[in-house]
Design a protein around this ligand. Structure first.
Ligand code: GTP
Ligand code: MG
Length: 486
């Protein structure tokens, strides 16, 4: 991604500022996140210990945060790179790490900052060597096995650079913090620490406004040090203090941070993603009711792109704001690590949704961030997989039939509450009769995409006939390109 977009090496200030801006947006959006630390292409978000965010369901948490982050990244790209288009979708992976105590959290932060430091120091040396004429292989050879001190000396002696004088953001990474009341008086407190935000909308669409804490970015030499951490009142209050200085990052701790759950082998993996707050999203963008053809086409187009990118997706089924992706039974995608699979897929889908929005809605600006949650479930047999898909399709049918009746009634002058009670307890047959009788609509003639959802799969027949219809020789036929249909 950084090569395609020609990021400056070893650090691209604009790219890092974009990452920081996304992290700031995450902290502003989610009150339970108190602290974030990031460098290069990664960010860690720390939730309050007692958070009830999505009932602490890991998959929801990691997918929502990564999707929201990606959505901000793709949306804000133009602010940071006004003269460069996004040429490929940015996509991030995420994991959940539980720290049982403040000491473990301290080790985690020290570990991430150590990585930031060693990576940046290496990259700084590497790119300076390359810029002064060494081949990349030569630069690697020169740096092989060198210690911190040797790299600093190399920088100073060969390039006259004092590593410590390089920008803090590059060397130390960035911390995103929420501010806390200290000894400031109440007036200053309200002005400085709080900014107002719309937290939700009432039923009559009036915004509910509450004060929100101001979020700031700081850089620090040692984020795991007591003097940094314990000086932040908000961190002390919400997470606790660091009692001792940390002097060693134990390998067993690092191992526990890297532990990953794997999905059962030889089972169908289904990743289902679902739009977050799409009720509101569709209102804000004035989607047609009950079905907006362009909105569905956009969902389908993103799903096709995901299936093209991830070859292990053998089938996908989508309806409304959700899509289920079926991975082949023997898939080894990310070694079947659940977090990687869910987060990468949801993140990719999100950025494609943002990037393609204008193609499908040329007249509408994105006014509200689209983002999705995701989960992965394993199905051991094709019968159970078929049951799953049938369940999603039945859901599509029931919802669509209900919504068609509901919106026809509302459009014909009924209040929403009246339409609801009118339809209460009605069966499929009665709803079909209602549509015919009152509105002259034969349900079965409505667009199939609305009634039955959309399926995506590789069309082997088309790819075979395509390759057969090409001239045998010369020129040699290109390898058959699988077409995907939705
Ligand atoms: P969460 O998924 O829990 O965050 O809530 P949600 O608001 O996304 O609702 P849910 O996923 O249960 O349902 C999807 C919602 O998206 C529907 O209830 C609709 O309000 C909206 N939606 C999806 N597709 C369309 C569409 O084509 N037209 C319109 N008007 N609305 C749509
Ligand atoms: Mg939804």
């Amino acid at each position: 991604f950084s090569q395609v977009h020609e990021f400056e090496v070893p650090n691209d200030e604009k790219a890092l500022n974009l990452m920081n801006s996304c992290a700031t947006a995450v902290l502003e959006e989610y009150p339970d996140i108190v602290f974030a630390y990031g460098f290069c292409d990664e960010y860690s978000f720390i939730f309050k210990k007692q958070t009830k965010f999505y009932q602490r369901r890991g998959s929801k948490i990691l997918s929502v945060i990564v999707s929201f982050f990606t959505s901000v990244y793709a949306t804000k790209w133009k602010d940071f790179f006004p003269h460069q288009d996004l040429r490929c979708p940015p996509s991030f992976q995420s994991h959940i790490i539980c720290c049982a105590s403040m000491e473990v959290l301290q080790v985690y932060l020290a570990w991430r900052q150590r990585d930031c430091h060693s990576r940046n120091q290496y990259d700084t040396c590497f790119w300076l060597l390359v810029k002064c004429g060494n081949a990349e292989g030569e630069a690697e050879e020169i740096l092989k096995g060198t210690q911190k001190q040797e790299k600093n000396e190399l920088l100073f002696q060969r390039f006259g650079i004092n590593y410590k004088k390089l920008p803090n953001m590059f060397r130390q990474g960035s911390c995103v913090l929420k501010t806390e009341a200290s000894s400031l008086n109440l007036f200053l407190l309200l002005v400085y620490i709080y900014v107002e935000e719309i937290v939700k909308y009432n039923d009559n669409d009036t915004p509910v406004i509450r004060p929100r804490r101001k979020v700031i970015i700081v850089h620090s030499e040692n984020i795991a040090a007591r003097n940094f951490w314990n000086a932040q009142l908000y961190l002390l209050k919400e997470l606790g203090c660091f009692r001792q200085e940390m002097n060693k990052i134990k390998p067993e701790n690092v191992k526990s941070f890297q532990f990953e759950n794997k999905l059962m082998p030889f089972t169908w993996i289904v990743v289902r993603i679902d739009g977050c707050h799409f009720h509101r999203f569709s209102e804000v963008h004035q989607f047609e009711k009950p079905n907006d053809e362009q909105a569905l086409n956009l969902m389908n187009s993103c799903a096709v792109a995901v299936a093209e990118e991830l070859n292990d997706v053998v089938f996908a089924y989508g309806v409304s704001d959700e899509y289920s992706f079926v991975l082949k039974k023997d898939s080894e995608l990310y070694q079947r690590r659940a977090s990687d699979i869910v987060s990468a897929l949801v993140s990719l889908f999100t950025s494609i949704y943002v990037m393609r929005w204008k193609e499908f809605f040329p007249q509408k600006d994105l006014k509200y961030l689209p983002y999705f949650d995701g989960r992965a479930v394993c199905y051991p047999s094709s019968t159970i997989l078929r049951d799953y898909l049938a369940w999603r399709q039945v859901d599509c049918h029931i919802n669509n039939q209900y919504n068609t009746c509901f919106w026809m009634l509302v459009k014909s002058g009924k209040r929403k509450i009246e339409a609801q009670s009118y339809l209460k307890g009605t069966q499929t047959k009665e709803k079909n009769e209602l549509l015919i009788r009152q509105f002259g609509i034969a349900y079965d003639t409505l667009p199939v995409m609305f009634r039955l959802g959309s399926s995506i799969f590789q069309d082997e027949v088309t790819s075979l006939s395509l390759s057969l219809s090409l001239p045998p020789s010369p020129p040699p036929p290109p390898p058959p390109h699988p077409n995907r249909h939705s």
